[in-house]
Design a protein around this ligand. Structure first.
Ligand SMILES: Nc1nc(=O)c2c([nH]1)NC[C@@H]1CN(c3ccc(C(=O)N[C@@H](CCC(=O)O)C(=O)O)cc3)CN21
Ligand SMILES: CC(C)C(=O)C(=O)O
Ligand SMILES: [Mg+2]
Length: 257
């Protein structure tokens, strides 16, 4: 099965959608071989593997470089490039050009864009020009300076209404699916029920149409802060540490080679 944005969209109500991030050909190939239908080259690249504190510093050129590597490792999954901070917030023309680079230079199938109704015009333009878009609302980490931290969103009635409105506007603008990050379970449930496009949750409870986790978080490879919603499906960090320590001991002790 080779995935398209349209096929992902049509999974709503039929099959829960698994999404994982990947950052290079190796992680992309592992995700693809697990038959995960959607691989997101997250701008979490910045803090998971490039050593930055937040997602803000990662550049278009870095995202293109890593997305191209993921595309080389993936056969069947839909590859979605996460548009980095300041690559789409200015002029629409510049945003379209940057989105186009993900498809043209990096082999991506779609792009992800953070933000609600403020992105409607851009998303309409991208979709009209053949670039499928995954929306992303709730805790949008590129706005961490505005939010004042990585906090749950949509907790007041007013904030919840705004997120519901944003979700409807993004569906109307043509997004093929929508990431809901760190919103109350009940709000995610309401938004998922109200939309015809699938919702992909992260820290958004069990009622979304799909789930996304960061590759390094779910494998227990992470070095920095791991969000509380993460479920670790393996604990690889101690194994790597032990293997490296055993190798060093062998070399220093004259036991290898
Ligand atoms: N490794 C990693 N995993 C991620 O899921 C992730 C990234 N990096 N980088 C980009 C964004 C940032 N994300 C984050 C980062 C921190 C929290 C966090 O610490 N949240 C608090 C909850 C606070 C509240 O409930 O108000 C937590 O303790 O989980 C959440 C999402 C999600 N994304
Ligand atoms: C956590 C997901 C949704 C993301 O945006 C990222 O990994 O950058
Ligand atoms: Mg991101």
């Amino acid at each position: 099965m080779t995935w398209t944005a349209l096929k992902i969209k049509s999974l709503k109500g039929k099959q829960k959608i698994t999404v994982v991030t990947a950052y290079d050909a190796l992680s992309g190939a592992y995700a693809d071989e697990a038959e995960i239908p959607l691989v997101l080259v997250g701008d979490s690249l910045a803090n998971t593997v490039l050593g930055y504190e937040t997602t803000l510093p990662v550049t278009m050129d870095e995202m293109i470089h890593h997305t191209a590597a993921v595309s080389r490792g993936v056969q069947n999954a839909l590859v979605v490039g996460d548009m980095p901070f300041m690559s789409y917030q200015g002029m629409i023309g510049t945003a379209v050009e940057n989105a186009g680079r993900f498809l043209k230079e990096a082999g991506a199938d779609a792009v992800k864009i953070e933000g609600g109704s403020i992105r409607a015009e851009l998303i309409e333009t991208l979709v009209a020009n053949g670039i499928p878009v995954l929306g992303h609302i709730g805790l949008t980490p590129q706005s961490v300076k505005e939010f004042g931290g990585f906090k749950k969103q949509g907790k007041t009635d007013e904030a919840a209404r705004k997120l519901m409105d944003d979700a409807m506007v993004l569906e109307q603008a043509g997004a093929f699916a929508l990431v809901l990050e760190c919103v109350p379970d009940e709000l995610a449930q309401k938004i998922s029920a109200a939309l015809k496009i699938p919702t992909i949750g992260i820290g958004a409870g069990p009622h979304c149409d799909g789930q996304v986790l960061v590759f390094t978080d779910l494998l227990g490879l992470g070095r920095g802060h791991v969000p509380g919603f993460v479920k670790k499906y393996a604990d690889l960090k101690p194994q790597i540490q032990q293997a490296l320590a055993a190798y060093k001991a062998d070399v220093e002790g004259g036991n290898f080679p």
